[in-house]
Design a protein around this ligand. Sequence first.
Ligand code: NAD
Length: 256
Amino acid sequence: MRRIAIYPDLAGKSVFITGGGSGIGAALVEAFVAQGSRVGFVDIAEAPSRALVERLSERADHAPLFIPCDIRDIAALRRAVAEAAERNGEIGALLNNAANDQRHDPDTVTPEYWDDRMAINQRPMFFAAQAIWPMMRRLGGGSIVNFGSVSWRVAQGGMPAYTMAKASVHGLTRGLARDLGPSNIRVNTLLPGWVMTERQVELWLTPEAEAQLRKDQCLPDKVMPGDIADMALFLCSDSSARCTAQEFIVDGGWAH
Ligand SMILES: NC(=O)c1ccc[n+]([C@@H]2O[C@H](COP(=O)([O-])OP(=O)(O)OC[C@H]3O[C@@H](n4cnc5c(N)ncnc54)[C@H](O)[C@@H]3O)[C@@H](O)[C@H]2O)c1
């Protein structure tokens, strides 16, 4: 049976998660709810988000709060942050998780498509943080976790707008870590390897790809969404109190 660490300081903490309705985001919602955190999450996909809330609410100290929101709309994102804070209290942890890794042919990318990829994969990270750090200042500190990806580190092709957005997360993390550090707000990047979400398994996990993954990773087991949530819990807890401006990779030993 899988054992998870308990971080007492996460109980009752107001946590905001983008893209919490499915995939790694859903594992984040579940993991923080299990810690007794007050979780608010946004997602564009309403059906899986509502199903998740229903599944977790039965045995949760604090049922998660789902706010439908397309994070490309910054005004809507700001409203969602305000609503989550009103319902759950001032937000002490932000997980900038939402993204879309749709593949695209470099030859046919248009400026409009490029901007749309940035509008999903890059821009909301900053504006979610900007809406939340005044609360973290009032709380005396906080933790922001920006989700990167090992894809650009291993020179993965077929989605240059995504890999550029994900590489840029490191610049945002390090820049904000310097700006917000004096307020005791920590900012880190969490880089998942190839994580077996339903979407990944459905779209890309062929027997050939799985065989290649076994060669690429040092460890034999596949990385699961819960493995990423484990690192996120650590990064939002006091156990990582002196960690900021860093990259934390959970990839079974793939990227070097
Ligand atoms: N799964 C992997 O193998 C992997 C690998 C490297 C990095 N990552 C990163 O981890 C994070 C989570 O990945 P995942 O695989 O769970 O992704 P996913 O595509 O399975 O889930 C992303 C979630 O974000 C939501 N979302 C997408 N666009 C949105 C929008 N405009 N507004 C609001 N919500 C939106 C989706 O509905 C979905 O619930 C991402 O930042 C991703 O880049 C994942």
